[in-house]
Write a protein that binds this ligand. Structure first.
Ligand code: FES
Length: 250
């Protein structure tokens, strides 16, 4: 019993002998395969150039009669046919459709040609593998960049700029934060948002840090009072630049 799939093959090698089967003492020929066609390179009977393998090939009735007195041991031959996989054993079965004698020179040329084709196919396969790896790395990097950008974009610094906090220096705090973010390349990702009164007037300037990290950790937004330019810079370094939620939340 054979599986329905079959693969075309072509190969060259040296004829060794006939072998008997149920129907005839010439039912098979045995050959030393030197190289296979690239078209059959993906078949289960691939024979890389530079190696050789013994192969038994089944002959139909017409080929048996033609080859009986035609082939001599050590003749170089080219065989074209089909390979089918035995569904029970899983073994490939070769069946010839055409057999021709070739010269030693033709066999050498054939093997050299196949060696070049196989090397080119291997190089192309390597290139494709490298390209796939490079694409995969780019996708990963893009994904990481997007995640970082989204995380940063969702971080906001609210600074009260209403009268009481302004009197206590909230504008200087905002300017100091803007400079620190710029120094660390974060000014395009972090939003500084001046706000109205936050009802903490007596302990201003008042500042709130809204961070995606804090939300992930289910931590409250970080609120700071009596902020100075110096303490604001320290808060920004701790909470944003070093990316830790460790501030003194109220
Ligand atoms: S004025 Fe800033 S909290 Fe009220």
């Amino acid at each position: 019993m054979y599986s329905s799939n079959s693969t075309q093959f072509g190969c060259v090698g040296q004829f060794l002998a006939f072998a008997s089967g149920e129907k005839s003492p010439y039912q098979y020929l045995t050959m030393q395969v030197a190289a296979t066609d690239s078209a059959s390179a993906s078949s289960p009977v691939e024979t890389p150039v530079g190696t050789s393998s013994l192969q038994q090939i089944k002959l139909n009735g017409a080929l048996r009669h033609m080859m009986m007195g035609y082939l001599q041991p050590q003749d170089w031959i080219r065989v074209v046919g089909k390979v089918k996989v035995d569904a029970r054993t899983g073994d490939p079965q070769w069946k010839a459709q055409e057999i021709v004698k070739i010269s030693t020179q033709q066999a050498i040329q054939y093997a050299q040609q196949k060696a070049i084709q196989q090397k080119a196919a291997q190089q192309q396969s390597e290139r494709q593998k490298i390209e796939r790896q490079a694409n995969s790395n780019n996708i990963d990097k893009t994904s990481i960049d997007k995640t970082s950008a989204n995380e940063a974009a969702s971080t906001r610094i609210l600074i009260c700029q209403k009268s009481s906090c302004r009197k206590r220096g909230s504008q200087a705090v905002e300017d100091a934060i803007a400079r620190t973010l710029k120094t660390h390349g974060q000014s395009q990702h972090i939003t500084i948002q001046p706000t109205g009164c936050m009802k903490q007037c007596k302990t201003g300037p008042h500042m709130v840090l809204i961070s995606s990290k804090a939300r992930q950790k289910k931590t409250s937004n970080l609120r700071y009072t009596q902020v100075t330019p110096r303490s604001a810079n320290q808060i920004i370094k701790n909470e944003i630049i070093e990316n830790e939620i460790t501030g003194n939340a109220l």
